[in-house]
Ligand binder design. Structure first.
Ligand code: NIG
Ligand code: FE
Length: 391
């Protein structure tokens, strides 16, 4: 699979292909028959040669939306939802995000790091080599900074390339009475500190029912832009607050969820080049209506697919499973699902050096026990990984 896709062949598949890597980067991709000549032409010293026996080779998968740093367990909420309770009802009764705050605040840094490493290792076992991880389960200034540091350390230990993101998730229960002051702290203290300390490259805000209002979100996103950080948004999961068009106006890297989004916002996202991140695991599990994939596609909005790994709405890190849900439940094509967990996912993170097999890209590779890309979502639930290679 290469970056040289076309309309007829969006994945740019090469049958009987070869990849040359050097010093952790791809230097050449093409037909096996041309590999020896490419080595000579590029002056690449012959090194280890690995015959993959006709197996499918792809770029390492990029999970562009996770909440992998948390403590505690909310499987009881899953059981309640299975009996018909809704996510918003459970949250209003004290469950939801607030139920993860206590265990996360109480956990030591080393416990949080171990839990996050475990989750990253599980993700790697299903093909993920780059993982975005959002903070958002402490919600104090000092605690959010701590979570972002934990993400960096966990990535180094787990052999996972990580992209930490500051997530302004909800107003914590103890700040409900002075939410204006809390939003001010986020915008005036937390966001600038994250930028100065280089703890994240983007600021995500959850703008929805039960989270931040459009005005509050705008204040935080403006602070992000002022601090030189990119904008991302959890928007339109439950209701359309007009946040997708606001994100487009800020030139956001991505809007995520977008089950509820207006036609005007879709046009604005397309014009801004903002990626729409599809999170089918959370959507299906919460029994929400799917996002308007056909309209997004028709407008030319790039579509990524991510796990949304979190303790509430989607407790899974498997991107192959998300590809299955994206194809069977969201009406995405197999090619869209693949691009959604590779090249477009990298774009949602503002990265161009991964998610493709092309000269200059990181040599993050997955070898599959399969021959065709469709086999991965087709055999949902199976682990078809032969090996994952990173440097
Ligand atoms: O992306 N929507 C907001 N945040 C998460 C859920 C977080 C939680 O329930 O802990 C999501 O679905
Ligand atoms: Fe999320």
């Amino acid at each position: 699979m290469t970056c040289v896709g076309s309309e007829a062949d969006p994945l740019g598949m090469i049958s009987d292909g070869a990849v040359l890597t050097e010093a952790g980067h791809v230097v050449w991709v093409g037909p096996s028959a041309d590999a020896a000549a490419a080595c000579r032409a590029l002056d690449v010293l012959p090194g280890e040669r690995v015959d993959l026996g006709g197996r499918l080779l792809t770029p390492g998968l990029v999970d562009c939306h996770t909440h992998a740093v948390f403590a505690g367990d909310r499987s009881a909420e899953f059981a309640l939802r299975a009996r018909g309770a809704t996510y918003l009802e459970i949250a209003a009764a004290g469950g939801g995000i607030a139920a993860t705050l206590g265990p996360t605040r109480a956990a030591t840094e080393s416990t949080l790091e171990r839990l996050t490493v475990d989750r990253m290792q599980a993700a790697r076992a299903t093909g993920t080599t780059t993982m975005e991880v959002k903070s958002g389960y402490d919600l104090t200034v000092a605690g959010e900074l701590k979570l972002l540091r934990v993400v960096g350390r966990a990535g180094a230990r787990a052999g996972m390339s990580v992209v930490p993101t500051l997530l302004c998730h909800v107003v914590p229960p103890e700040r409900k009475a002075d939410r204006d002051a809390y939003v001010g702290e986020l915008a005036d203290v937390l966001v600038p500190t994250v930028a100065t300390d280089r703890l994240a490259t983007s600021v995500d805000v959850y703008c929805d029912e039960g989270a931040f209002t459009r005005d509050e979100s705008e204040r935080i996103w403006r602070a992000a832009v002022d601090a030189g950080l990119a904008v991302r948004g959890h928007v339109g999961q439950f209701s359309d607050q007009g946040a997708a068009e606001l994100c487009a106006a800020f030139g956001a890297l991505s809007v995520d969820h977008v089950e509820q989004v207006s036609d005007d916002a879709i046009a604005a996202l397309a014009a801004a080049g903002t990626v729409a991140v599809m999170l089918p695991g959370a959507c299906v599990q919460l029994r929400l209506p799917p996002p308007p994939v056909e309209k997004l596609r028709a407008a030319g909005v790039p579509l990524a697919v991510a796990s949304d790994l979190n303790p509430g709405s989607s407790c899974s890190s498997s991107l192959p499973l998300q590809m299955w849900l994206a194809t069977t439940h969201f009406g995405m094509t197999v090619e869209e699902a693949w691009l959604g967990v590779t090249r477009v996912a990298a774009r949602a993170l503002g990265l161009v050096d991964r998610g493709v097999l092309a000269p200059g890209a990181r040599a993050d590779l997955v070898v599959w026990n399969a021959e065709q890309p469709a086999a991965i979502p087709y055999q949902y639930g199976a682990t078809l990984i032969d090996r994952v290679v990173t440097h």
